[in-house]
Write a protein that binds this ligand. Sequence first.
Ligand code: CA
Length: 188
Amino acid sequence: MRILIIEDEPELLAAIKWGFEETGYAADGADNGPDGLELAQTNEYDVIVLDLNLPGMDGLEILEEIRKDNLEQRVLILSARTSFQERIEGLDMGANDYLVKPFDFGELEARVRSLMRRAFIQQNTVLRLGGLRLDTAKRTAYTTSGAAIDLPQKELSILEYLMLNRSRPVRAEELIEHVWADDMDLFS
Ligand code: CA
């Protein structure tokens, strides 16, 4: 799963990015509006975490631009703006969820996971394929007998993506788009 975080507070951006990487997701970050929009339009992200007050371009403008050509993109707005009106405005413009700062990383992670499941119409945190189970909350896969499979995080992310897209072939390029971050130099 690949996430884009657009947030101009350097410490917060670094903390969120680190948190998702620890979870095993690929995470790209942008600390201003224009760079964030460019990444959003260049790469495929499973979820975009978007701050509202950003230098260069407001988060709501970015959301509007993203929605012009991508209605399916999952976007979670992260903002200190707490007024009811602004929250409604964000949701009206097509945000899929909204989290007010300050927040607990665990809650952000749970909401992002929920958005990913919605993207794949997956109701449960546990993916199943034959006897194989993958618990997306615990980030662990289990065999038919229930034994945990010792998999590194990247391999687990590849397995997760393939299980979520079980009904069709997945190309290497697509897998790379969804499992690795932008700063990795890769050969398929
Ligand atoms: Ca900000």
